[in-house]
Every structure is written in C-alpha cells, then in structure tokens.
Write a protein that binds this ligand. Structure first.
Ligand SMILES: NC(=O)c1ccc[n+]([C@@H]2O[C@H](COP(=O)([O-])OP(=O)(O)OC[C@H]3O[C@@H](n4cnc5c(N)ncnc54)[C@H](OP(=O)(O)O)[C@@H]3O)[C@@H](O)[C@H]2O)c1
Length: 197
C-alpha cells in the first residue's frame, strides 16, 4: 500500500487554461464556491505540493506543510522564508524523500500545480479534482497540463487511467462544477480454490 494518498486540484477555463497569457490566474477564474471547496480540501490535506510560482494564498496557508519545487537547490533544503516548507528538486531526490524531509510520512498530499507539477504526478493521483469554468475562455493562456490544448484535460486524465465520477455544482450562476477523476483499480484476482486431494 502506498503511504500517501495523492490528490490533484485545478480550476480550468473552457479551453483548458489555468492562467492567462501573462501566466497569471485571472479574477475571471476565481469563484467563491470553488474557493470554498479548495480551501476545505487543503485544510484536510497533510501536505501541499506546488511549483515555485504557484500556491493557494489563503488565511491558513502559513499553517500548512508544503513542498515547493525549484531548480535553485540540488535536492532538498528547508525554505529559509517558511518554517513549514521544504524546497525540492525532483532531479536530486525522489518524492518520498521530500515527504520524509517535510516530516509527513503518511496521509493525503494535495498537488496544486502548475502544469509541469501536475504532469509529474499524472500516473500517481488517486483522485484528481477538475474544476471547470465553462463560460470562461483564456485564448493564448497557460494550459493546465502538458499536452493541452492538443488534447483536452479530460482526455489526458482518462489516458492516465482516471475515470470521472459525479460532478458537483460549485457556482450555479456560472455553471462552475468540480468532477472527481478517480483511479480505477483492477480487482485483485483471488487464487483459484484448491480442490481436496
Ligand atoms: N487555475 C488553477 O487552479 C491554478 C493552479 C496552479 C497554478 N495556477 C497559476 O499558474 C501560474 C503558475 O504556473 P507556472 O507555469 O509558473 O508553474 P509553477 O509550477 O507554479 O512554477 C514553475 C516553477 O516551479 C519550479 N518547478 C516546476 N517544475 C519543476 C521541476 N520538475 N523540477 C524543479 N523545479 C520545478 C521551477 O522553479 P525555479 O524557477 O525556482 O527553478 C519553475 O520555474 C500562476 O499564475 C498560478 O496562479 C493556477
């Protein structure tokens, strides 16, 4: 059994973007219902993982343990600006070592972006929570995953063995919903019963 449960979170525009052409998440992608969903998910996570330009910027953020990806260090280091953060360069240390360094050896890990970081964990998510703002388009924006827009975010999740569950409406006025994409685990085959000699 893996020690960590890994969950991903993103909100994307109709064209699969997580940020605009300036690589900034615009107000057009911010919705109260989605923010509340995301906040409570992160309050229940044991560890947050993100790239150096991402982060959730919430009142509880300083309390949360986090691992921040960066190439500025060789492998693992404490973050001098945040006692709850570990800096991690995946080319120098595996993810499990980053979790150990952060002091989180089990529990739920929330991966919150950006695109390259989402891509790294694509084969490891237990659930990916894909929030969609279907009335927002961000032409020339930053695609949420490597491979978008050639393929949709949904096609990419499906190609990595995840299947959509029931969508939950987060903002009825703007049709914003979140869909859990869950890993389908093949049932383990029971051993054939031994016949008596
Ligand atoms: N809509 C959403 O839900 C959502 C979610 C997440 C992010 N966003 C938005 O997306 C934008 C950020 O995107 P971004 O492309 O800049 O991504 P990012 O992953 O937040 O930051 C990129 C930086 O993270 C580090 N990094 C990423 N992958 C790495 C790897 N494999 N190995 C080592 N270091 C790695 C590097 O830092 P160094 O430069 O220090 O080496 C890199 O420059 C922001 O505007 C953010 O608000 C939106």
């Amino acid at each position: 059994m893996p020690a960590h449960r890994i969950e991903g979170y993103v909100i994307v525009s109709a064209d699969g973007m997580l940020a605009n052409a300036d690589r900034v998440m615009p107000d057009a992608l911010k919705f109260e219902g989605d923010k509340n969903f995301f906040t409570s998910a992160l309050d229940n996570a044991d560890l947050i993982v993100h790239g150096r330009h991402s982060g959730e910027d919430q009142p509880n953020s300083p309390e949360r343990k986090r691992v921040i990806l960066t190439r500025r260090i060789a492998a693992l280091a404490p973050d001098p600006s945040n006692p709850n953060a570990t800096l991690w360069n995946p080319s120098g240390a595996p993810f499990e070592a980053a979790c150990d360094f952060a002091g989180v050896d089990s529990g739920t890990v929330a991966v919150i972006g950006g695109p390259g970081v989402f891509g790294m964990f694509m084969d490891r998510y237990d659930t990916f929570w894909l929030s969609l703002a279907p009335k927002v388009r961000l032409p020339g924006g930053e695609p949420c995953f490597p491979g978008v827009p050639q393929r949709s975010p949904q096609q990419i999740l499906a190609a990595h063995g995840l299947k959509p569950g029931e969508a939950r409406l987060l903002d009825p006025e703007n049709d914003v919903s979140v869909t859990p994409w869950q890993r389908v685990v093949a049932p383990s085959r029971s051993k054939p019963r031994q016949t008596s000699p």
